[in-house]
Each structure stands twice: as C-alpha cells, then as structure tokens.
Design a protein around this ligand. Structure first.
Ligand SMILES: [Zn+2]
Length: 276
C-alpha cells in the first residue's frame, strides 16, 4: 500500500495473476487524455477482460497492481479512431470529483507510467532502443546497461502566513480571478525548505521563516510530486515578478478570492488555513 489516505482499495505491489477477469481495470490514455466509459449518471473507468474488444489498439501496456483483487493496467493507445461509441476521452483533471478519490489517484499514477514509457523508448546515454525490466518499472539499455526509472519532479508549494492573513498569488497561467499559493520546482542541490524560500523570494520578493512540512501529493502533469509547506512572513514588501506571477496580496479568511479546486494540495493547504 502506498498511501492509505489516497489508495483505499489499491495494492500496487500485488503480483499479477494471469486470469480471464471481466473486471480488469484499464487506465488507458491517448494524447494525455484518459479513456472513459460513457454513462448517463457517472463516469466509469473501463473494466472488462480485453480492451481490444472495443476497438482499442494498444501501443504499450504496464501492469500497475490490483484494485480489490482485480488486475489494473496503464495503457497507451495508438489512436482514438475506431473505438466503440460508448467510450470517449477526457482530460485527466476532469476525472476528479467524477470518480472516487482513489480511482482518480490510480489514474494519475497510470498517466505518469504511460508518460515515462513514451519518453524513455531510447537510452538517454547512447540512444539505443531500451528494453523493459521484468517485474519493475524500469528500462535497461542492452547496449550500455544504463537503467532508467520513472521520472518524478519534486516541486514545493507554500502557504505564507502573516498575522491572520495568507499570501495568495495570481499566476499568468491561471483563469481570470484565480489565486493560489507560491509554487515551483526544486533545483539540484537544494533542500525543500531552501527551494520554498527561493521561489517565494523570486516570485513575490519576500523573506519567510519557519518553513514547515505540511504534506504531499503526486501531480501527474506530467510528473510532479507536490510537497506542501507552511511558512511565516519575515520581511520585505510583496513585489511580483510580473512574468510568472502577475498579482499577489494578503487575504483574510472572510475576504478570499477564487481558489483552486479540491483536487489540489494547494486547496488542501488553503482549507487548513481557513480552519485554524
Ligand atoms: Zn545505452
């Protein structure tokens, strides 16, 4: 079990069993979108014995564990064409709140496996075609022996508190009135706390102290691991970089702007602030 908070019914290390199982779970992707079974009342991840029966052409398939004893596969599909009309593709984020949380997070894991597989077909050292290593998510180069594993990119996201206020920022990529926490990728040689302090200084020009770990969340767009922190304001005036961050301000609990959806750790941290 990876994280009992996220994965209630899922066992990632359960060995594959070769059976005809009408409840095999197919987490299948084409062009970063996930295959779903259309239904009037709900969105369903396809579950049946053989994905080929609905017209899917599989380009790669990875076993990723079991849900309640049933095999799960992360699959890349060659094309959307020819697939039964009762199925369609939706963006991964749109799946959230339409399926149970654990199914959403297994879908995000499958997405990362499929992305890693698609981007590591060739050896990063010598360019030779890679082979899969059995029973693990790894690829080995038969020419030079280089082994590659799924890439995970750590990123920090921090709630900055000052008295009873929280600092929220409007990123250039956000929708019109959306505000969230300051976030950014960890650079080589940094601790997570240093990365949080550097990102905050770069993006809003303030110094923070008492950076404390809050929690984490896989964020497969395409392969981040978000590490959440809280920090206290220390000094400086808020000054946005004008490139990545267009606006930033201190907000009180009774005067919040539009904030991210509940799927994100950003929202989990903001909700924590709203309840202290
Ligand atoms: Zn090689």
């Amino acid at each position: 079990m990876i994280n009992s908070g996220l994965y209630k019914r899922y066992e990632d290390k359960a060995p594959y069993t070769c059976t005809k199982d009408s409840l095999t779970w197919w987490f299948a992707f084409n062009d970063s979108k996930i295959l779903i079974q259309n239904s009037k009342s709900e969105i369903l991840i396809p579950q049946f014995e053989d994905l080929a029966t609905i017209g899917c052409e599989i380009s790669s398939k990875h076993y990723i564990g079991k849900i309640e004893g049933h095999n799960c596969f992360a699959v890349a599909l060659r094309s959307k064409k020819g697939i039964d009309e009762h199925f369609s593709f939706i963006p991964l984020k749109a799946l959230y709140s339409s399926v149970d949380d654990d199914i959403f997070f297994i879908s995000t894991k499958a997405s990362q496996i499929v992305h890693w597989d698609a981007t590591h077909k060739f050896c990063g050292r010598c360019g030779h075609t890679t082979n899969e290593l059995e029973n693990q998510n790894a690829k080995v180069c038969p020419n030079c022996g280089f082994i590659s594993y799924p890439v995970i990119s750590p990123a920090v996201i921090t709630a900055i508190l000052k008295d009873d206020k929280i600092l929220l920022a409007h990123n250039a990529n956000f929708t019109k009135n959306m505000y969230s926490l300051i976030a950014g990728f960890v650079e080589p040689g940094e601790t997570l706390e240093e990365a949080a302090q550097r990102e905050i200084m770069e993006e809003v020009g303030i110094k923070v102290k008492n950076v404390k770990y809050f929690g984490s969340q896989p964020w497969p767009f395409p392969n981040s691991l978000m590490l959440g922190f809280t920090a206290e304001y220390e000094s400086g005036d808020v000054q946005v970089d004008g490139v990545e961050i267009l606006k930033a301000d201190w907000f009180t609990k009774d005067n919040m702007p539009e904030i991210p959806q509940k799927v994100s750790i950003a929202r989990r941290i903001i909700d924590w602030y709203l309840n202290i």
